[in-house]
Write a protein that binds this ligand. Sequence first.
Ligand code: APR
Ligand code: PHB
Length: 389
Amino acid sequence: MKTQVAIIGGGPSGLLLAQLLQTRGIESVVLERKTREYVLGRIRAGVLERGLVQLLEEAGCAARLHAEGIAHHGTLISYGDEMFRVDFTEHTGQQVMIYGQTEVTRDLYAAREKAGGGIEFNVADVVIEGADTDAPHVDYTVEGEARRLDCDFVAGCDGFHGVSRQAIPPEVRREYEKVYPFGWLGILTQTPPVNSELIYANSPRGFALCSMRTENLSRYYIQCSLSDKPEDWTDEAFWRELKRRIPAEQAETLITGPSIEKSIAPLRSFVTEPMRWGRLFLCGDAAHIVPPTGAKGLNTAASDVHYLYNGLREFYEDNRSDGIDSYSQKALSRVWKAQRFSWWFSSLMHTYPHQSEFDLKMQVAEIEFLRSNKAAQKAMAQNYVGLPY
Ligand code: APR
Ligand code: PHB
């Protein structure tokens, strides 16, 4: 089989790239390891920067987002019983959209299937060949049957545990990593959110986050030990601990309910450089991971897709290669800014092992500086709503 762009991975990165290419008549085939149902079963953050919203509009996949998404013009930050608001719109004129990532992926799948775009599920044994030539191809199997996909370019959108990153020779690749000494225990519950905007909570007992998906579907997180397992936490224990980490007023009004999903995610900062090797381009989690504190995972994948889509479009439409040649440098420049914000916000809001009393005072001082200083709030708002592409 032959196509113009072979896309490994049918998550948000791969599907968004495929759909954008489709709008310009550029052919691609998506190779996904799992089933559609499995991919759509993943519960992921739901904060969309304006850049991602615009890409979804360009891809013709934003109708449900605009119908069902919730615009947020600010967020709340609490420490102990104190709480203040950072107003995105006051500082940036922009907002973010709250819309489940699963729904973004669902909309992208629906668009892909409506357009009759190529997508193969349950693929295995993916091997990228000839990435450093002008005629790469991808070998893979489906139910044991060997297949080959010849292409002009390969987009490695196969996430942190994919194979694309490994196709870049070790002597070329440079990897940067920070593993955080805690995880996030998250639950999904069919209850009204405790507040109309998100609450990021710093407390001496650990971080907590009050988020949502819809007016009657809430998402809550508490910082937990890496040795914890979801089954270690009953719903009652979760609610009790969450109430101890958010301001008393919100704890009193919090509507609890049974968890319909409960999971623990480790936190990691990770970047691989370069994000290009010959005709292979890494996109999204295949190249970088951020702690979820700043909700930058999907949004940084989106900026990668923006740069790669436009580079490929210029190659096919204008016979220009400057876009693909500058892809890695442009993508990484924004990736590192998202890494910085995610690391800063994580350092500000979580408790760390062996923190001294001085360290704790510094954390509160940093939060109170953010509370009292408009320039600090503007800097945070600019990062949260999304830096320009
Ligand atoms: N072959 C084919 N597909 C693969 C392979 C492989 N060898 N390895 C992984 N995949 C698939 C996974 O099954 C998954 O569906 O690649 C997809 C990667 O999707 P994500 O992990 O979601 O990564 P990405 O699309 O970059 O998403 C970026 O969105 O998923 C959220 O917040 C999350 O930061 C992440 C962001
Ligand atoms: C979520 O709703 O899952 C969410 C929101 C904001 C974050 C992280 C996760 O920073």
